[in-house]
Design a binder for this molecule. Sequence first.
Ligand SMILES: Cc1cc2nc3c(=O)[nH]c(=O)nc-3n(C[C@H](O)[C@H](O)[C@H](O)COP(=O)(O)OP(=O)(O)OC[C@H]3O[C@@H](n4cnc5c(N)ncnc54)[C@H](O)[C@@H]3O)c2cc1C
Length: 473
Amino acid sequence: MVNSSLIKELKKIVGDDYVMHHPDELLVFQYDGSTDKALPDVVVFPKSSEDISSIVKIANRYDQYIIPRGAGTGLSGGAVPMYGGIELVLTRMNSILSIDVENRLALVEPGVVNLDLSKYVASMGLFYAPDPSSQISCTIGGNIAENSGGPHCLKYGVTTNHVLACEIVTENGDIIWLGDKFRNVPGYDLLGGFVGSEGMMGIATKIIVNLLPIPQSVKTHLASFATIDQASFAVSSVISSGLIPSAIEMMDKLTIEAVENVVKCGYPDTAGAVLLIELDGSNEEVSEQSKQIMDICNSLECQDISVAASIEERNALWRGRKGALGALGSLAPNYFLVDGVVPRTKLPETLKTISKISEKIDLPIANVFHAGDGNLHPCILFDEQEPGMAEKVLGAGGEILQACVDVGGTLTGEHGVGFEKKEFMYKIFSNSDLDQMLRLKSSFAPNGRLNPGKVFPGGPKCFDMGNYNTFRS
Ligand SMILES: Cc1cc2nc3c(=O)[nH]c(=O)nc-3n(C[C@H](O)[C@H](O)[C@H](O)COP(=O)(O)OP(=O)(O)OC[C@H]3O[C@@H](n4cnc5c(N)ncnc54)[C@H](O)[C@@H]3O)c2cc1C
């Protein structure tokens, strides 16, 4: 039972309407996009940095955990309150505060939806480059916490490459700034450490991001291949030719089937895999590079390659890709999405291993991923109502991650470690690596009050003691 004087104090700060604590109101806040779930004790919707500072100070007095939350689209259990506490939902803080067109900067609140920023600045000839496939709903605060990527991060880099400064509320309730809008901050790069810290080092309350000019020309190619092997080889060939497309996305046969069931954007049903290859830049550059892409794909005997002839056609191709995960619902009631990275040259080998794992567990695995970055997203399709299924799927997810690590890859390309992958951290980090990372986290949040139980192996508090020799099996 949550403490009634805590509720009273929280209501005094944000108003009665913005504190939820009745069990039925809390249900929706137990989830993000992963398979983990746990109920918070209370949910609070602050409106300002000052509200958050006061809430954090109250949490300290009542010895409560604080779990920041954006839109809850995370795929590693990051915003799930595994040990209860106060869930701090930042969606009311959704103002674009100012745009500096001359310097191409935006000052935004953390609850601004990613795509809304690009829409807002489009008339100024600008856009915000990091574009997670969830960009119609995920927030810039969540993107910062996860250091999110997206299809166009192949050319433009991930979130950390576009964040210049951040106001944060610390674990003791102080409001401080990290970074500087002109990038030249003397001293240590604390902002670099904060981006990707998964809500454990502070709460992002204002953010200055870099905007880019909308390119003069964009061409989107749809290339279909008979096999996923051929499509993977095409990815390596494009990159090794020296071209850097703005995006290279791959979808396998199962994903194409799902997309065509739901989005119907014209992907060919005869293909074993399709690639979306996008180029952007000046008119001359893009025309020249488009010819090169056509030549490479044709020389690899692709079944077909076409270029979107209009903005509508281009949007339709991207609607298919960005709607692919949702469309998998037409094939099975649930999917478990694995986020691993492999060197691009290891794509065919790793995809074969994934296919063998699929046969072994007798469950289909659909692949839809940022191929240009070697960032795989195998989605294991299942029905969680079937007894024993969740364990089977999680086990297979672990095998896939091990396969990525075995070929020189890593545990996550963009979805973060969260709760889901924290025990896998031992696969790529030594005890000393983890201790050092923990010391950095602890210099920001020594009491482990912010988003406990994420990223570091162990429970909510034991990781604060450090020394991984104690916990490693
Ligand atoms: C269909 C689909 C497609 C996706 N595609 C991509 C993709 O292409 N690339 C990609 O990178 N991800 C992708 N994701 C994952 C997810 O959308 C991203 O991780 C996104 O950044 C999460 O944002 P959110 O606002 O939903 O954050 P949440 O899920 O609410 O939270 C994520 C983490 O951020 C922390 N957090 C949230 N706000 C703050 C804040 N203001 N200060 C400090 N910590 C905070 C939370 O505590 C949590 O740890 C996809 C998800 C879905 C469902």
